[in-house]
Each structure stands twice: as C-alpha cells, then as structure tokens.
Design a protein around this ligand. Structure first.
Ligand code: FAD
Ligand code: SF4
Length: 524
C-alpha cells in the first residue's frame, strides 16, 4: 500500500503523494504514476477528488437517543445532496482500491464515488446496481467498518474513512426517488423455469438476475411476506420495511412468481419441485436457535431471540400478534436480560428499549473487543441506555411460580487461545451476581435446521454443522440441478454475502441450464 505524504505548495494548496496521484511542491503541478504530469481531464479529476485532507469525515445525521427510542424508524437521516457530493469527494482514487476488494460484492466503489462527487448521480447508481441487487440495503446494514470502509486507504493515514455505505444508500434512495430504478424486463423470455426456496436476500438476488435473463422464476417461502430476515429479523430502526417491500414488488411486477405461506417439506417435497422446474436454488437461511443450558432455562419468560423479533416486526407491520398483546413477547415495563453478543443480541436490546422496558442488560461472556456484533450497533445501544455486562455468563435462571425473576450470572476472564485462535472464556470462581429480569432473551446464534430430513431428500449432503454442501465454483449440491447459497451454505453470515451468493448462483444456474438446453430441446 502506498504511503501518503502531504505537501503544501507555494500557493498554499494542500497536495499529496499517494499510489496514483503525486503532487509536488512545485507550483500547481500534479503528477500521476511514473512521474507522469497530469493535465486536462485527469488533472481536473484529481482536483475534484482527494479532498480528504481538507474535508473531515462526516456521516448522515443521527437522531438523538431520546428522540429515536420512541419509535422504530431508522436512526440515520438521509445525506443531503451537497453533503453526499462533498463526502464522496474525499475518496483518494487510489491505485489499488482496497475498499473494493474488501467488499464481498467487489462493488466498483471508487468510480461511483467519483461520479457522485461530480454530480453524475444516475451514472453512479447504474454502476452501483450493476454488482448488487440490494445496494440500498447493504448501504444501510453492512458492517462497513469490517468490510469496505475497513479497507479504505485514507483511514490508514489517520483521516477517517470515506463514508462508503452512506453514499451507496444515498445514490440508491435517490434513484428510487427519481425513477431511475428500471423495471425488471427480460430482453428475451426463456422456457426453462427455476424454483427458489427462500425469499431472503440470497433468494431475492438470484430471482432478480435469473428473471433479467429471461428464466421463469418461482420463489417459495414459508412466511407470508418475502424478504427473509430483512423483513422479520432485522428491526425497522436499522432497515425500514418499505425499503425491502419495494424491491420485492419490482420483482413481482417483472414476472417473478411468489408462492408465500408455502413450506417446502410440508407443502411439497424437494423431488416435486425438481420435477416441476428445470433447476432449484435452496436459500433457506439458518433458523435453529442455539439453546441456553443453564438451570431454569425452560422457565416462562425465557424466549428465543427470533420469536421476539418476529413478534415485534409483525406488530410494526400492522399484524395482530397474540403473544405480543399478551405480554409474552413484549418488553414493556419489564427488566430484560439479553444473552449473547452478536447482531441479533444488539437488535433485541434496542427493540426492548423501544418497547418501554424498565431496564435492559446484555450479558456477553467475552469482552467488548471480542464481540461479534458490529461496533456501530454496540455504541448505538450504549447511547440508548443499554447496560452491558462484559465478561459475564448466565449460571442459572431464578424464578417463581409466575416465571423468571432474574439471572444469576458469573464473571468470566479470557484464558489461553483455543484452536480457532480466540481466547476462551473461563469462569471466575465465587463471582456470582444477580440481575433482575422478567424477560430473558436467548440470542446465542443459529444453526441450520435438518434440511435433508425436512425436504425428504436424504441424498442432499450436508456438512458436519448441518449446512448444505455446495461446490464452491458451480454452487451445485450433491443433487443434479439443485444449487444452494446464503446462510444455509455459509452458516449465519451477512446480508452482503447472501446477495453475493444469489448473484453467483445466477451465473452458475445459467451455465448449467445452457449446457443442458440442447438435450432438453432434443427430448421435447
Ligand atoms: C436479528 C438479526 C439481525 C441481523 N443483522 C444483520 C445486519 O445488521 N447486517 C447484516 O449484514 N446481516 C445481518 N444479519 C444476518 C443476515 O440477516 C443474514 O445473513 C441473511 O439474511 C441471510 O440471507 P439468506 O437469504 O441466506 O437467508 P434468510 O434471510 O434467512 O432467508 C431465508 C428464507 O427462507 C425461508 N425458508 C426457510 N425454510 C423454508 C422452507 N422449508 N420452505 C420455504 N421457505 C423457507 C425463510 O422463511 C426465509 O424467508 C442479521 C441476522 C439476524 C437474525
Ligand atoms: S455492499 Fe457493503 S461492503 Fe460493499 S460497498 Fe456496500 S456497504 Fe460496503
């Protein structure tokens, strides 16, 4: 990586030396690679960008904690036009764009930042959507600090990253507002049909790409709404539901058929879908909640994170949810303890705050630095009044005839690294402490369900963790013409990786169908 050095030239203009652009103290001159003097358009571009030395990093405005905890709306405001342009102009347009290689979709980030800085927003959007089926979703909820922004070169020089996610969100929301998001219109209809099991981000990305290529696409989902965890897992304060719904509507308008309330394994076997369609893509996600093993874990008032979040999201969508109305899955007026340290735990604590919990405590057995959840979400939760008990694990659940009354927890310390290189938590003897709780939410992660058993397909091979085995290149499972991607192959992961798998599945399924096409035609 090129080292960045700043110079101040005789006309007091800050210039810099970096991988691609080199400015010397010599008045007004800017040099490119190999000491090539930049003139004309290249020079103009270099002057429009590279503003990170003079313009500070800034994110879209965040609503104050007091104001935002009274509702489930997103907490970040939109960038105003001038701000997006200004922030995009901080990009250093470096020779090797590490942001792009750190983005699972390899989005063409430097180019759409440059176009945004130049006010060419429609072109910026066209470029952003070329590699991603859900750019406005990823712009909102990717853990950018670990992905694109984590690779941003100017961060290494202490200037603070370009706010890539916020600009991506801005240009895509703008595209929806301006009508630049084109309807899904295949150039040519193709007779082959593809079944997609699961309408989460992997299924949506695959449906988008396959339908654009003209295939007949049917998406099956056991829920009554499409979107997977984007609708029923992730709360509205991170991702408002209409952002997902308009994408689903675009697919439906473009001819993708959604069969909802349709559970594969209950309403049809995998073999039946294989007989009906030319190819199948399994994108069912991972839903088996990891259990708490402490005594008392079966008490009334100890609930699974996803049951809790689904009830909250359904209520927000206007559904009647008896378990919410009865108080079983509602934190209102209660002391709440959430056990776990990932994104799901952060979503639960912040949902509980918004439901009017009396107190919300998160117990996590490692320290803050070792939390799997995004640091941005941890600090949002801290601002909203959540108490974090780091290095603490539940030892038992306290209760009476009415249900759980508290959690007896133990202090932990980090011992020697285990086989994965992470320091294993160890109990500190005699360090028990009690936390009051009338609602305890288990957010310890998810494992795959028994898909071969549920689908009546014992020949479908799975790994020792239960994830479906798919060839990393062809994405094909052990069954001919059956492909798989997203969390059900990777284990619990991220939206952006699900979108990537959906996109790759489009190429893999197309290649397979095209190779089969002559044989199919001959058989007809
Ligand atoms: C609470 C929570 C918060 C998260 N927050 C973030 C975040 O901030 N950022 C981020 O990047 N990632 C986040 N994630 C992870 C992210 O949501 C997942 O990695 C992503 O949704 C996986 O996409 P997928 O398409 O593989 O599966 P899913 O989104 O899980 O979709 C799978 C779909 O398959 C359907 N299905 C399952 N079985 C069947 C069946 N037998 N028949 C028919 N349909 C079936 C399900 O109903 C579901 O709609 C979060 C996850 C959770 C649980
Ligand atoms: S998809 Fe995610 S990682 Fe890639 S550029 Fe967008 S926000 Fe960054």
């Amino acid at each position: 990586m090129g080292r960045i050095t700043q110079f101040r030239d005789p006309v007091d203009k800050v210039v810099l030396k970096q991988d691609r652009f080199v400015a010397t103290p010599e008045k007004g001159r800017i040099y490119g690679p190999f000491n090539h003097r930049l003139t004309g358009g290249a020079r103009a571009m270099a002057e429009r960008m590279l503003k990170f030395v003079t313009v500070a990093r800034s994110t879209p405005e965040k609503r104050a904690a007091d104001a935002r905890t009274g509702d489930f709306h997103e907490i970040y405001a939109d960038f105003i036009d001038a701000k997006a342009k200004e922030q995009a102009s901080r990009c250093s347009q470096c020779g090797i764009p590490f942001c792009q290689s750190h983005c699972p979709l390899h989005n063409n980030i430097p180019d759409w930042l440059r176009m945004t800085a130049e006010g060419r927003l429609q072109e910026a959007y066209d470029l952003a959507q070329a590699t991603s089926a859900l750019p406005e979703v990823c712009g909102r909820i990717c853990p950018q600090d670990r992905l694109c922004e984590g690779g941003c070169v100017i961060e290494q020089s202490g200037h603070g990253t370009v706010t890539i996610g916020s600009v991506e969100r801005y240009i895509t929301d703008k595209a929806w507002e301006m009508g630049w998001v084109k309807p899904l219109q295949p150039l040519q209809e193709k007779p082959q049909s593809v079944a997609i099991i699961g309408a989460g981000p992997a299924g949506i990305a695959a449906a988008d790409g396959l339908r654009a290529r003209g295939y007949q696409v049917t998406v099956y989902d056991r829920h009554d709404r499409a979107g997977g965890l984007l609708i029923y897992g992730i709360p509205g304060f991170k991702l408002e539901k209409d952002v997902v719904e308009r994408r689903v509507q675009r697919l439906a308008d473009g001819g993708v058929e959604f069969k909802l309330n349709f559970e594969v394994g209950r309403d049809a076997s995998l073999d039946e879908l294989r007989a009906k369609h030319d190819a199948v893509f399994i994108a069912t996600g991972v839903y088996k909640a990891r259990e708490l093993t402490a005594p008392g874990a079966g008490s009334k008032g100890v609930v699974k994170a996803l049951d809790y979040l689904i009830a909250s999201n359904r209520t927000g969508l206007g559904d009647s949810v008896p378990e919410f109305e009865s108080g079983e899955l509602n934190a209102d007026g209660k002391d709440v303890v959430v056990v776990g340290g990932g994104d799901t735990a952060m979503d639960c604590v912040r949902t509980a705050v918004r439901q009017g919990a009396r107190s919300v405590t998160c117990l996590y057995r490692r320290d803050k630095a070792n939390m799997p959840g995004s640091m941005r979400e941890v600090s949002n939760a801290e601002e909203e009044g959540v108490t974090f008990e780091w290095l603490a694990a539940p030892r038992s659940l306290l209760g009476d005839a009415d249900g759980v009354t508290g959690v007896r927890a133990l202090r932990m310390r980090l011992g020697s690294p285990d086989a994965s290189g992470r320091q294993a938590p160890e109990e500190v003897p005699g360090s028990d402490f009690d936390v009051p709780a009338q609602l305890v939410i288990k957010a310890l992660g998810f494992d795959p369900e028994d898909i071969p058993g549920a689908f009546g397909a014992s020949e479908l091979k799975v790994s020792r963790w239960g994830t479906i085995r798919a060839d990393f290149r062809t994405m094909m499972t052990s069954l001919d013409g059956v492909f798989a991607g997203g969390d059900i192959v990777r284990g619990a992961s991220l939206v952006v990786w699900a979108v990537r798998d959906g996109r790759d599945a489009v190429d893999a399924i197309t290649a397979w169908l095209e190779a089969k096409a002559p044989a199919l035609a001959a058989a007809e």
